[in-house]
Design a binder for this molecule. Structure first.
Ligand SMILES: [Zn+2]
Length: 484
């Protein structure tokens, strides 16, 4: 076995043990590492670089849609959390508490924010007085702590990073339209930037955010057939404005409570990138969020440092100047084959190989991570060819993921078949539901599947049907899946 084979073969094949494959990839590619504190991970530079791309691209959208960034405190007094009854009940099992400051016991314990509705609601009640103050459109980039029992890097960790939007509006209609606008922004973000197709819809009452009037979400399908929630957008109605007394005087001098929304996406999107696009050789990053988009590997033959390296450096400079995230791997201690395997594992979308013969023929070799066949490109058109190849990688990863989603979404009307599908094939099951929570509970208990979303738009050609669980008239069409 060659050295390069050994490097890759150390990864457990995805089909053999998905969760081991996932854990190994995260660590071997140096995206994240475990710490001595249970459930807490370090996001290493290679993983953090992905987050920076996500942040940049998401932040552009948040601002382009009229929102501004702000920062609120990490600690939230217990009395604030308790103001919205459903909210505190929902979060109580996961809250970390601060009870001492220095060596003094605190008069009131402070929650390490599990989400910021309570502290932000308190501040909004001071800032909002009149219709002229509305709408308030604020987003925060922050860390969050939720004391999770079962954890997994990026997918569920005690501390994670996210953005949380918190808006106030004069009317219920405006708040609903904001909630849906953000849901659409998230959908478009996931599909365009992450190349991850999603299904958008409402949550059932039991799956909604604690304190929300209505939760909307986008859900993606991981390649092991389990669903992952990629983002949520909540219409909070007046639940929090009543609890926190956020009132404004309208244009007829009447006092009303504001209508609110909150919405968020987190570092778990990085976990989705791994689980949707990764293969047996490692990561496959969509170019738009890849930390490194192009790696240049000079072929170390003959006098390569004199013949090849200067050209490789020139290419690197031209690509960087054209805005590409490029890395020249000129390390002498590794063979080209070893480097190919390493950058493949790290998911770099495009590799440029250049050796003495290519220099003579004024060309380089391009190898896409998603399709390992080689293509030649003239050095004078290399930057343009590389950009075009990256575009093709982006759309081919999306098409593959969409094909997987479509092939693993099944229509099921019979409960025995439902159970069999969930046990043996997973994926999304589209089925009718009577709307009764007892059926939702039974399905969860017997199959571990939950209602991921009730789609906003019913797929064409779906006829009304009966509840897959009890056989009564179907009220809602639902997407069921086992989920992370
Ligand atoms: Zn039913």
């Amino acid at each position: 076995m060659s050295r390069e084979d050994r490097l890759v073969k150390q990864i457990t094949p995805k089909s053999e043990d998905f969760s081991r494959w996932y854990a190994e990839i995260i660590r071997k590619t140096e995206m994240a590492d475990y710490t001595p504190m249970k459930g807490m991970m370090v996001i290493r530079p290679y993983g953090y670089a992905v987050w920076e791309q996500i942040q940049r691209l998401m932040d552009q959208r948040i601002k382009a849609s009229g929102h501004e960034n702000a920062y609120f405190p990490l600690f939230i007094p217990e009395s604030f959390l308790k103001k919205e009854a459903e909210h505190v009940q929902g979060f109580a099992p996961e809250v970390a508490w601060v009870t001492e400051g220095g060596s003094e016991p605190l008069e009131e314990r402070l929650a390490v924010r599990p989400t910021s509705e309570a502290i932000i609601g308190h501040m909004y009640s001071k800032w909002i007085k009149s219709w002229r103050d509305l709408p308030v459109l604020i987003n925060q980039w922050a860390n969050i702590v939720r004391w999770e029992k079962v954890t997994r890097p990026f997918l569920r960790t005690t501390e994670f990073l996210w953005q949380e939007g918190h808006t106030c509006h004069a009317t219920a209609e405006e708040a609903e339209s904001e909630t849906l606008k953000i849901l659409e922004m998230y959908r478009e973000f996931c599909e365009t930037e992450l190349a991850v197709p999603v299904i958008a819809g409402r949550k059932s009452a039991r799956e909604k955010f604690a304190g929300a009037q209505m939760t909307y979400a986008i859900e993606a399908l991981m390649s092991d057939g389990k669903a992952l929630q990629m983002g949520t957008s909540h219409n909070l109605g007046q639940h929090f404005s009543k609890a926190f007394d956020i009132k404004f005087e309208d244009q007829n001098q009447r006092l009303s409570y504001v209508w609110q929304t909150s919405w968020g996406t987190t570092t778990r999107m990085i976990g989705a990138l791994v689980m949707v696009h990764g293969d047996d050789s490692g990561l496959r990053f969509p170019p738009r969020v890849a930390p490194i988009q192009v790696v240049i590997v000079p072929i170390s033959l003959g006098n390569w440092k004199e013949d090849v390296l200067p050209t490789a450096r020139r290419i690197e400079g031209e690509m960087a100047a054209a805005g590409l995230r490029v890395r020249l791997d000129g390390r002498e201690e590794f063979t080209p084959g070893w480097k190919f395997a390493e950058w493949e594992m790290r998911g770099v979308p495009l590799r440029v190989e250049i050796g003495p013969r290519d220099i003579r023929e004024n060309r380089a070799v391009l190898v896409r991570r998603d399709a390992s066949k080689k293509e030649f490109a003239g050095l004078d058109v290399l930057v343009g060819e590389a950009k075009a190849a990256l575009d093709r990688v982006q759309s081919s990863l999306f098409d593959q993921a969409r094909g997987f989603l479509e092939n693993n979404t099944r229509e099921v009307a019979d409960y025995e078949r439902f159970k069999d599908e969930m046990e043996n094939r997973r994926g999304f099951i589209r089925a009718w539901w009577c709307g009764d929570e007892s059926c939702e509970d039974k399905i969860k208990e017997e199959t571990m599947a939950t209602i991921r979303v009730l789609p906003l738009v019913k797929p064409a050609g779906v006829e009304p049907g009966r509840c897959v669980c009890c056989g009564r008239a179907g009220l809602e069409l639902a997407y069921f899946a086992r989920a992370y």
